[in-house]
Design a protein. Structure first.
Length: 194
């Protein structure tokens, strides 16, 4: 089974591209979605213990938590120490399930693949990218997002140019959905022979 890591900086199109792989029949695991699920389950008490007041009715409020940790390097590190092992365990279970089922190719969508040593956990890497102006416009259009929050997140991420340099495949999501879908199909053809 080939494990394809999918990464890219904030707003570059990871989730959208992961869904294209899934729609084409390639199982895809989404780290951000896993974090969000954990925040309404087993991670919630751990987060509340570390950052009192960031959960509401037993569920992590991501706006409150983001306000607490983004821009505070030590706090973010503490959060990552709690969350990353749980996400990794979820991804490992996903891999075991699909390996047992005989899947030829699977995708792990890992936002911090290069930042957290994820390169060793995957066979090939696809980086999604877009021009910086497109990225900014996408991210700033989200509710609750601000220039400061974006700057704090970008400061914690390997720069886009460096990610592209380290990639086996690059998909430019600034060229539209059809172009991205064609790029996804070409990668599947190369890696899974179909
Ligand atoms: C700070 C939080 C609460 C903000 O929540 P919010 O709903 O606004 O954002 P969301 O979770 O959808 O993440 C959006 C994007 O932000 C970036 N990002 C998130 N966490 C981090 C981080 N620790 N370092 C760098 N970039 C990050 C990624 O590009 C990610 O795709 C949330 O991102 C979080 O809990 N982060 C810590 C866990 C983590 O490291 N997740 C990312 C990989 S598993
Ligand atoms: N190929 C594409 N063509 C046009 N728009 C796209 C394409 N891919 C993604 N987008 C748009 O870009 C925005 C960000 O996409 P997406 O949520 O997939 O990014 P992400 O990298 O997962 O973001 P985050 O890092 O915040 O989790 C969305 O509005 C999405 O519709």
């Amino acid at each position: 089974m080939i494990v394809l890591g999918l990464t890219g900086s904030i707003g570059m199109g990871k989730s959208t591209t992961a869904k294209m792989f899934a729609d084409a029949g390639v199982p895809a695991h989404d780290s951000d979605e896993t974090v969000h699920r954990l925040y309404s389950g087993k991670a919630a008490p751990l987060v509340e213990a570390a950052f009192p007041g960031t959960t509401v009715s037993g569920v992590v409020d991501r706006a409150k938590l983001g306000a607490r940790v983004l821009g505070d390097a030590a706090a973010l590190k503490t959060l990552e120490t709690i969350i990353h092992p749980l996400v990794r365990a979820d991804a490992d279970a996903f891999l075991a399930r699909h390996r047992a089922a005989g899947a030829p190719l699977v995708v792990l969508d890992i936002p911090l693949l290069f930042e957290t040593g994820g390169r060793n956990r995957v066979d090939k890497v696809v980086v999604v990218t877009a021009p910086a102006v497109v990225q900014r416009a996408r991210v700033l259009a989200r509710p609750g997002m601000s220039e400061e929050k974006l700057a704090a997140i970008l400061a914690k991420q390997v720069p886009d140019a460096e990610k592209r340099r380290l990639a086996d495949f690059v998909i430019d999501t600034g060229e539209g959905m059809d172009a991205a879908r064609a790029a996804v199909d070409a990668i599947i053809a190369e890696l899974a022979g179909r």
